[in-house]
Design a binder for this molecule. Sequence first.
Ligand SMILES: Nc1nc2c(c(=O)[nH]1)N[C@H]1C(S)=C(S)[C@@H](COP(=O)(O)O)O[C@H]1N2
Ligand SMILES: [Mo]
Length: 338
Amino acid sequence: MNRFKPDLTDADVTPRHIYMNRRRFMRATGTVVGGSLIAACRMPEETAEPESVEQAAPPAQDAAPASNPEPAPANPAVVKDYASLTDELGDPLNSFHDISNYNNYYEFTVDKQRVAGLAKDYPTSPWTVEVGGLVDKPGTYTLADWDRFPQEERIYRLRCVEAWSMVIPWTGFPLRMLLDEIQPQSNAKYVAFQTVFDPERMPGQRGGYNWPYTEGLRLDEAENDLAMLVTGLYGDPLPMQNGAPIRLIVPWKYGFKSIKSIVKIDLVEEQPTSLWMSAAPNEYGFYSNVNPNVNHPRWSQARERRIGENGRRETLFLNGYEDQVGYLYEGMDLKANY
Ligand SMILES: Nc1nc2c(c(=O)[nH]1)N[C@H]1C(S)=C(S)[C@@H](COP(=O)(O)O)O[C@H]1N2
Ligand SMILES: [Mo]
C-alpha cells in the first residue's frame, strides 16, 4: 500500500519554471513587466540564495519578441501581474507551472510529477454535485450553479502532510455560502465530501485504498470564512490535476483534507471517516490541522520545503491562520485530536 512519505530529498525537487506565470501575463498584454523588481518582494535574508539571483534575472527568451506583438486581451482590467503578488506574509506565489505539475491525486498515480499528464484529458463537463443529507434544501448542483455564487480570488498557503508547501491563488467562494443555501438541520454536525469514483478512467482507483476519496469537516469548521469551494487557479478554470471542476480548500489543514473533484456533499450527524483515516488511523486523524508541535509518527512536522526554495522554513501553527481559525480548537488537545 502506498502511503504518504516525507518529501525531504533533493531527488524529487520539481524543475522550477518560475517564469511560466509571467509568460502568461505577457502573452495576454503584449508587454514585458519589470521582472527585476519581482525579486524585491522576497524576504531580505533570501536574496543571497542562488535561487533568488536566478529570479532577479529572467531568461531573455521569456520576453515576447517586439516584432511579433500578441493581441491584447478582451478585458485588460482582469489581467493581473501574478508575479508581483504575495501572500499576506510577503511570500511570492508559486508559479502556475509548479502548482499544476506537482500534484497529489492518488486516483491517477502516486507520482506527483505524472499526475498532470494522466489527468489532463479527464472530462469535467457535464458535472453534477449531489448536495444533501441533513438539510432542508438538498439539490443537484450543475456547473452553471457554481457561477451563481460570487467568485473571489484568494492567495492561500497549501501545506502538504509530506512537509512541502506552496502559495497558490485560488478562485472560488466560501463553502459557507452553499451551506446557507441548503440550510443544515439542527442535528447536522459534520460535512462529508466525496470525490468522483471512476476506476475506468482513474487507474489509481483499481486498488489500494478504500475508494472513493472522502473527507470531512466539523460544521463550524466548514462555516469558517477560510473554507472555500474552489473552481479556478491563477484566474483560469481549475486544471483537472488540481481537482476540477470543483474542490475544497481548507488552508489551515494538511493538504489531503482539501478534497478534489467533488461529486457529493452531505450534512451528517456522526464524524465521517476519511479515506486516509481508514488507510492509516494512527497516522491521519479527522482534524489534521497543520501543527509544527505534533509530529507525524514517521517524520517531523516542524519544518517544510517551500517548492521553489532551497532549504527549509518553519511550519506555522495552523499554517499561519491561527487568528482566523484558532477559536475552533480552544480547549482541545491537539495531540489527541490529530
Ligand atoms: N480526491 C483527492 N483529493 C486530494 C488528493 C487525492 O489524492 N485525491 N490529494 C490531497 C493532497 S495529499 C494534497 S497535498 C492536495 C494537493 O492539491 P494540489 O495538487 O492542487 O496542490 O490535494 C488533496 N486532495
Ligand atoms: Mo498532501
